[in-house]
Design a protein around this ligand. Structure first.
Ligand SMILES: [Cu+2]
Length: 189
C-alpha cells in the first residue's frame, strides 16, 4: 500500500511538473514575443509626440496674437496740472491698441506717446528739436511706438498701434518740459 501511494504521488507530481513546464514554456514565448515589442514602440512614439506638441503649440501661439484683438484704453489729465490721470496702462502683445486721450485741461496742450523703456526724456529732447509741426516728436524714430497728435485744451485724440513684445514701456507727453511729470508705465503682457 505505501509503495503504491508513493508511486501514485510520484506520478502525480511528475505530471504536474510536466504540465507546469509545458504551460510556462508556451506562455512565456507568447507573452514576451507578441505584446512586449508593440507596447514598447508605441509608448516611445507616444512619449515623443506629446513633447513635440507642447513645444510647437507655443511656437504657433507666439505669432498668433498679432492682430488678434483690439483693446481700447482711455486716459485724461488731472485738470490743469502737468499730469496724466493714471500712471499705468497695459495690453497684451500683438493686440491692436487704441488709446483715446482726452485733454481736459483748460490751458495746456499735450500729446500722448508710448516709447521704449527708459527713453521718454531722450525722445522728448529730440521732440523739442522736431518742433510743434511734428507734434513734438522725432519723425520716424524707432523708439516711438505710437502717439496722438498734440491736443489743445479741451481736445481729444487717438493713438493706434500694435502692442509690441512683452515688457515694460513708457508713455509720456513730449510737449517741452512736460515729460518730467507727465509719464507712466505701459506694460505689455
Ligand atoms: Cu503735456
Amino acid at each position: 500500500m505505501r509503495n503504491s501511494l508513493v508511486i501514485l504521488l510520484g506520478l502525480l507530481s511528475a505530471i504536474m511538473l510536466l504540465s507546469i513546464a509545458c504551460g510556462s514554456d508556451e506562455a512565456d514565448p507568447n507573452a514576451t514575443a507578441t505584446p512586449a515589442p508593440p507596447s514598447t514602440i508605441p509608448v516611445d512614439q507616444r512619449a515623443a509626440e506629446p513633447t513635440m506638441a507642447p513645444t510647437s503649440v507655443p511656437a504657433t501661439k507666439a505669432p498668433a496674437p498679432v492682430g488678434s484683438g483690439v483693446i481700447t484704453l482711455d486716459i485724461d489729465v488731472n485738470g490743469d496740472a502737468l499730469q496724466f490721470n493714471i500712471s499705468e496702462m497695459s495690453a497684451d502683445a500683438g493686440t491692436e491698441v487704441v488709446v483715446n486721450f482726452t485733454n481736459s485741461s483748460g490751458v495746456n496742450s499735450h500729446n500722448w506717446a508710448v516709447v521704449e523703456s527708459g527713453t521718454k526724456d531722450a525722445v522728448s529732447v529730440d521732440g523739442t528739436t522736431a518742433g510743434p509741426t511734428n507734434n513734438w516728436l522725432p519723425v520716424g524714430d524707432s523708439r516711438v511706438i505710437g502717439n496722438t497728435p498734440v491736443l489743445g485744451p479741451g481736445e481729444s485724440g487717438t493713438a493706434t498701434f500694435i502692442a509690441p513684445v512683452a515688457g515694460t514701456y513708457q508713455f509720456v507727453c513730449t510737449f517741452p518740459g512736460h515729460n518730467f511729470t507727465m509719464f507712466g508705465d505701459f506694460i505689455v503682457n
